[in-house]
Write a protein that binds this ligand. Sequence first.
Ligand code: CMC
Length: 396
Amino acid sequence: TGKFTYDSGFLSTASCNSKITYIDGDKGELLYRGYPIEDLAGKCDFLEVCYLLINGNLPNKKQDSDFKEMIMHHTMVHEQMQFFLRGFRRDAHPMAVLTGLVGAMAAFYHDQIDYTDPKARQIAQIRLIAKMPTLVAMAYKYSVGQPFIYPDNNLSYTANFMRMMFATPCEEYKVNPVLVRALDRIFILHADHEQNASTSTVRLCGSSGTNPFAAISAGIACLWGPAHGGANEACLQMLNEIQANGGVEKIGEFIAQVKDKNSSVRLMGFGHRVYKNFDPRAKLMRETCYEVLKELGLEDDPLFKLAMTLEKIALEDEYFVSRKLYPNVDFYSGIVQRALGIPTEMFTCIFALARTVGWIAQWEEMITDPEYKIGRPRQLYTGETSRKVPLIAERK
Ligand code: CMC
């Protein structure tokens, strides 16, 4: 047993070599393939970032239009997927539904495909990026009892997603470019984040050579947890609760509860395993948050005011300062999504949609790594030593 070192939570163990994403948590720096996230968010759209993450370089004009055409060509899902979806209870959590839907894609694009062939892997990657918006929107429409809206491939990737979410057959749907840009930015900021829990899950699951849709479905299941992608949902729930109990006036009481050693309450949307400085994504999300609130005339919305006051108080509080707990991307992304009209229980699905490209890029990198092996962590055994099985009559 002495041969292995226990590193709970992988605090100091690298699980792979990777060229995709770089984070400097002390500086608050995030690079995708060497490009700073601020630069990408300012100059590129989400599909350009997808191309970058998968291929290693930004697309030129021709590569960009070819890639976009290919993605938009694959936005429809098999009609049978509807029957599968209709098997879920209407009140099922959309993340449970999404885990099931993406897992079911493994049945549509099944094991007879040889994923050691780069072409087969490429088509799986295209299908996943292209179909995630359709599946997420279907899960939403089903939960609210509205008819599914088919993709419109003449729209941009993100505008098409918003239309599939919010249009109904009885009204004309107008795409608002400011809101589309805001959601596109959410996608860019969530596209990859090196070896977080869900990405490590995709790598570990995929390392057995399993079907990529199955591996991504495992990633979605992991992302659901409140310590990971579920944080934006948990953050909005927290804000709603404070609001229901008295709003801004009650922030002091809530913070005292968070600081109480005997309570398990956390300030959701604050703190990060890697960032011990401002999360760079949070800075960009905060800008987007103000843009969206202005566009929609929501600056005076009580919940947004509450969030901004809570942020200010926490950033000045010794407890958070000494532990280097800053707002993370989820603190603001929940607020922006709420303003866009996305219901709280859909937030993590939006995260999954955006992170799909990161999972795919990491899976591809693993499969093509010459040193790649099935993931097989070891353990420090702390149980009983070898002992005899007593007959049932002799057991106490
Ligand atoms: N509120 C109050 N106290 C906190 C918080 C928080 N949000 N986060 C950490 N702490 C305290 C914690 O109690 C501990 O204090 P002490 O040293 O007195 O025991 C100290 O800070 C260190 O915490 P930790 O749990 O050891 O830190 P970690 O690196 O294991 O946890 C985290 C990281 C993100 C799970 C945690 O900060 C957290 O639970 N945050 C709230 C949930 C959240 O917003 N998650 C989204 C993460 S970003 C999105 C993503 O990349 O998935």
